[in-house]
Design a protein around this ligand. Sequence first.
Ligand SMILES: NC(=O)c1ccc[n+]([C@@H]2O[C@H](COP(=O)([O-])OP(=O)(O)OC[C@H]3O[C@@H](n4cnc5c(N)ncnc54)[C@H](OP(=O)(O)O)[C@@H]3O)[C@@H](O)[C@H]2O)c1
Length: 336
Amino acid sequence: MNICIMGFGSVGQGVARVFQMKKEQIKEDHGLDLNLIAAVDRSGAAVNLEGLDLNLLLETKKSTGKLSEYPENGAEGISGVEILEEVDYDCLIEVTPTNIEDGEPARSHILKAMQDGKHVVTSNKGPLALNFRELADSAQKNNVQFKYEASVGGAMPIINFAHETLSGCRIESIYGILNGTTNYILSRMAKEGSSYEQTLNEAKELGIAETDPTQDVEGEDAACKVVILANSILKIDATYQDVEVRGISQITPESISLAKKEGYLIKLIGEVSEDALEVSPRLVKEGSPFAVDGTLNVATLKTDLADDVTVVGKGAGSLETASAIMSDIISIWKTN
Ligand SMILES: NC(=O)c1ccc[n+]([C@@H]2O[C@H](COP(=O)([O-])OP(=O)(O)OC[C@H]3O[C@@H](n4cnc5c(N)ncnc54)[C@H](OP(=O)(O)O)[C@@H]3O)[C@@H](O)[C@H]2O)c1
């Protein structure tokens, strides 16, 4: 399978490293021969239709920061859409940054690939939260597969799990912690009794929170995931504007301590149901499945037959997120 990776940051490089680590095993186990032929970042692209040298690719990005510096086959200044026009690939992996203003450039990359009859795998929440219906319709019209397991909860299995393992059940609601950064901050505040500002700064120093943490702390990132789960699992035709969102920036150490005295923790919870699309701080019982610490994500799917099913896993990370992308690629290969 010839693959093009759009975006070569934490997730894109994670995918390349997984290809390096698992290429032979995947060939042996699934008969799938992974061949990365193009990788694109803001500087341009590295292209080799015979297959890029993954060591050289990762080393070039590490030492120069630019894929356009890839020896012999670097293309400076070429855009993502131009690359999709020029190379003959089977599957696009779209892992550029999430943009919740207009979903770009990912929306254009995904639509272009689909219109050209290519499968798409993405971890990018922006276009899914804003244009889910448009993208799903385009995939159907162009008879290609569109997979996005990594967009919700990184390595926490939820979308394919609901579609495949729980396929005999009706999912009535989903309730969960869908953002690792806010869970880290709230867990530390509960343990240390520290203020929101102090804990946020600590999270920034550790690289857990972004320099601009707005998307995480104001609940916007979790709201994107609520939209994706609503559309893909509950078949609710929702978009980002339909979600009621409240973040954690107003939570005080006093409110956390008061909750603790009564046996509760405060967590940022995303709810997906016919009645509510919401992200807000809520009380959860200590000792319940939602009492997870650190950057973990957790979600309970309420079903008609299996009752409650809870999944938990790492919501972010280079290899962790790449693992979900890998499972989407293998699934496309097996069902094609
Ligand atoms: N990191 C995680 O653990 C995680 C988990 C789940 C989902 N996600 C989602 O996965 C996506 C990628 O995340 P990330 O952490 O890998 O982001 P990142 O480290 O910021 O990397 C983004 C990459 O996209 C490239 N890029 C930016 N604009 C581009 C354009 N117009 N055309 C081509 N490439 C472009 C950047 O180029 P330069 O290298 O030249 O700057 C960079 O290589 C995001 O949508 C994120 O929300 C991430």
